[in-house]
Design a protein around this ligand. Structure first.
Ligand code: C2E
Ligand code: CA
Ligand code: CA
Ligand code: CA
Length: 278
């Protein structure tokens, strides 16, 4: 028994140290990639379910790796969140977003709000409130142009986040609660909610099983949001049937592949330039 146990522990330690080694390697690569400006924002439109017109964009980071091509955030964000380095990346992304907003305005385009993602780990690495306030003032942007996405779990489980949200709202930023309905705390949290927009988790639209129940929940959440004067965006709308359903139950906005996939800066500029896009 003792031997088997020792083996198991040895195996466990090996894979743990391997994992840590890989994470450390990734962290070094990310630091270098930041210097080389290999990270870029992609842009995914948020659209009216009735007209398809674009009402906002979400910035989603991509790593344009010189050898591996486009690397999706799922491959590096969780690691960066664990070691706190996410703040350096987020700061870079937020800056890129503001820089693009400024340049769109300077070129005479009607500005459209862009939302960025904030991780809970950001709060422990930088002063998020001061950083965001500095950014909008440096680039001379209206606070309403930079919207902030915070996940339901980060908001619910961390007093520090709730306090940051309160301050950011007081400064005039718009707050979106991301992945709403994916946690367990939703209803309780709504008692003292201070956000402006609920982004309904895509799990409600894209369920193979129990579609009926998911649809009933969606419908109830939309009615509740209306009573509470909250804007609502459904995430992950992929089909015409889903968009028709959203329209039917009074969900005015959606973000998903049915309308547009996330795209690079050149593509979003071409899209926004089309007549009736916005
Ligand atoms: P999220 O904030 O919930 O972003 C939505 C994700 O859903 C994006 O994945 C988007 O590409 C994907 N998506 C959009 N429409 C559809 C659809 O119709 N169907 C399906 N199946 N998926 C759809 P992405 O870009 O891979 O990002 C994954 C997550 O990584 C994001 O989830 C967010 O939590 C995080 N993330 C992305 N960029 C940043 C960033 O700059 N900073 C931080 N802190 N997190 C980020
Ligand atoms: Ca988001
Ligand atoms: Ca989401
Ligand atoms: Ca998510």
């Amino acid at each position: 028994v003792k031997n088997a146990y020792a083996k198991r522990v040895a195996w466990y330690e090996d894979s743990m140290s391997e994992k840590l080694e890989n994470e450390a390697k990734l962290l070094l690569e990310v630091k270098q990639a930041l210097k080389n400006r290999e990270f870029v924002p992609y842009w995914q439109p948020q659209c009216s379910t009735r007209t398809g017109r674009i009402v906002g964009l979400e910035a989603l980071v991509r790593w344009q790796h010189p050898e591996r091509g486009i690397v999706m955030p799922g491959a590096f964000i969780p690691v960066l969140e664990r070691n706190g380095f996410i703040a350096s990346l987020d700061l870079y992304v937020w800056d890129e977003v503001c820089r693009n907003l400024r340049s769109w305005i300077d070129r005479g385009n009607r500005p459209i709000p862009v939302s960025v993602n904030i991780s809970r780990a950001d709060l422990y690495a930088i002063d998020v409130v001061e950083t965001l306030e500095d950014l909008v003032s440096t680039y001379g942007l209206d606070h309403r142009l930079l919207e902030l996405e915070i996940t339901e779990s980060a908001y619910a489980e961390d007093r520090k986040m709730a306090e940051a949200v309160r301050q950011l709202k007081a400064l005039g930023f718009t707050i979106l609660m991301d992945d709403f309905g994916s946690g367990y705390s939703s209803l309780n949290m709504l008692k003292d909610i201070t956000v402006d927009v609920l982004k309904i988790d895509m799990g409600f639209l894209n369920r193979e099983d129990d579609t009926q129940r998911s649809e009933s929940i969606l419908e109830a959440v939309v009615s509740m949001a209306r009573l509470m004067d909250l804007r609502i965006i459904a995430e992950g709308a992929e089909t015409k049937e889903q968009v028709d359903f959203l329209q039917e139950i009074g969900c005015d906005y959606a973000q998903g592949y049915y309308f547009h996939r996330p795209m690079d800066t050149e593509q979003i500029e071409a899209l926004l330039g089309q007549p009736n896009a916005v």
